[in-house]
Design a protein around this ligand. Structure first.
Ligand SMILES: [Zn+2]
Length: 488
């Protein structure tokens, strides 16, 4: 009897630290051998001339979630979202379980577990808290103990922002319960004030979204998060860093020893504010929050990725149909037609499937990063930061056989018609990229092959996360007082 269920043969196995010509043996959904000349498996996959990489870990994706602007459910379900992720070489997603208005937190979380049973790849959740009321504060410790080891906070949006006193309260609770926190950092009142001035001046087109929230509102909030995190000695991550001035604050904090993490997203490496300046309402297709910036910011972000100041590139997948409502979502990018003023355009772009090909094309093909850096930014670093490593994020004996086989020479023109999400456009229509994942395996099972989804609903499993060292506080406070002493 064969020793392996599957052998991936003759590829260049690439991890965040090494590249080697080797076969990968898989048994029971787990990698059991990485070596040359492995014996035959029951299934053989020829990977000659290809890279064999850990499947992507996308630590920031909104699936089956209500829009912060419209309150309506977005377009992908856990099946269509994870299906498109798999076809783009991603094998784990960290989605959100939002605190829903009028619901108890435990009930919202149970509802998301039910919804996610359709997932085709493995998943876990950040718990979104928008009102740290007594029920939420009492419920969070048991939800964290159940494996929901990260809390997401918005510092802006009327519908779900948490003010600074709430942020401090939640940071303290997270620290005491060995949980992590991710934050959308923008200065709410500055955006609100600027938006009112823009609208009063008649500047309502999509492109003014960028004017309503220039880099300074992001930089201010990033600095505020860092300061609060420093007071509490609480490591956390800033989501979607878009510009040089915000990344610079993270760099400065890291240089003085603060344990602060930053991610950026594929759209901030590929799009600029000019993309929102298109006729006939087309600019709305590119509206996401924070706004895309400038070519100079793109180059600066690459610099911060290369030096590790920013540790990962996620999708911030947030799908809203442009022109045609769909079965699961009545929301549209232009609810009032082409003249819809920018504050009414739901934020967000679809990106689960295109995240890795864009990062590969701009990064590896474009000569900015090497293959190991690509693996680190897209898979290993998020797996480590969110407590999934080494089960996810690497190819080594004992790791889940979550693998993407990449053809680095495959040229693809990105077309909506070829993608697997459930919305009616891609912001990257017509983009030509070199490098594409040709086969994706989730726990040893082929889930995407040759551009087709071949997995199934319900294959995905919830990834409960135990306490882990990567996010441990340093034990350094800015005064002699330890606010947590004796509190355990
Ligand atoms: Zn997001």
């Amino acid at each position: 009897m064969a020793e392996f269920d599957t052998v991936i043969r003759g590829g260049l196995v690439a991890t965040a630290s090494d590249i080697m010509l080797a076969d990968v043996g898989i048994q029971g959904g787990v990698v059991t051998a990485v070596a040359k000349n492995l014996p035959a498996g029951r299934n053989e996959i020829d990977a000659q001339g290809k890279y064999v990489m850990p499947g992507g870990v996308d630590s920031h994706c909104h699936i089956e979630q209500p829009s912060s602007i419209s309150g309506k459910m977005n377009a992908d379900t856990f099946l269509t979202g994870t299906r498109s992720a798999a076809c783009g070489g991603t094998t784990s997603v960290i989605c959100f379980s939002p605190q829903r208005v009028g619901w108890k937190l435990a009930d919202s979380t149970a509802d998301y577990h039910e919804r996610a049973k359709k997932a085709a790849i493995d998943y876990t959740f950040h718990l979104i808290v928008n009102d740290p009321n007594d029920d939420v504060m009492e419920t969070l410790p048991s939800l964290i103990a159940d494996g929901h080891r990260s809390i997401k906070i918005f510092m802006t949006y009327d519908s779900n922002r948490v003010t600074d006193d709430g942020v401090l309260k939640l940071m303290a609770l997270a620290r005491e319960n060995e949980a992590f926190m991710v934050l959308h950092a923008e200065h709410h009142d500055m955006i609100k004030w600027q938006t009112e001035r823009l609208l009063a001046a008649g500047l309502t087109d999509a492109k003014y979204h960028a004017w309503s929230k220039p880099g300074v509102v992001e930089r201010e909030a990033v600095h505020r998060v860092i300061s609060m995190s420093e007071l509490l000695d609480f490591p956390c991550q800033i989501f979607h860093v878009t510009c040089a001035e915000a990344a610079e604050e993270i760099h400065r904090a890291q240089q003085r020893g603060v344990k602060i993490f930053g991610e950026t997203c594929a759209q901030y490496l590929t799009l600029t504010a000019d993309d929102m300046d298109r006729a006939n309402g087309e600019g709305a297709k590119y509206v996401c929050s924070p706004s895309p910036r400038t070519p100079a910011d793109i180059e600066a972000l690459w610099g911060y990725l290369k030096t590790g100041v920013l540790g990962m590139v996620s999708s911030d997948h947030a799908p809203t149909n442009f022109a045609v409502a769909s079965e699961h979502s009545s929301d549209l990018k232009l609810p009032d037609g082409p003249g819809t003023p920018f504050p009414k355009i739901p934020n967000g772009l679809p990106g689960l499937e295109t995240r890795l090909p864009l990062l590969f094309n701009e990064g590896v093909t474009g000569g900015r990063i090497d293959i190991s850096q690509f693996v680190a930014l897209s898979s290993t670093n998020p797996a480590k930061l969110f407590g999934l490593y080494p089960k996810k994020g690497t190819i080594a004996p004992g790791s889940d056989a979550d693998i993407a086989i990449w053809d680095p020479t495959k040229q693809v023109t990105i077309r909506q018609a070829d993608l697997h999400h459930a919305i009616d456009y891609t912001p990257y229509e017509g983009w030509q990229v070199t490098g594409w994942p040709v086969t994706t395996l989730s726990r040893g099972k082929v889930v995407a092959d040759g551009g087709d989804f071949v997995g199934e609903a319900g294959h995905g499993q919830f990834l409960a996360r135990a306490p882990y060292d990567y996010i441990k506080p340093r034990g350094v406070f800015p005064s002699p007082f330890d606010p947590f002493a004796g509190q355990s």
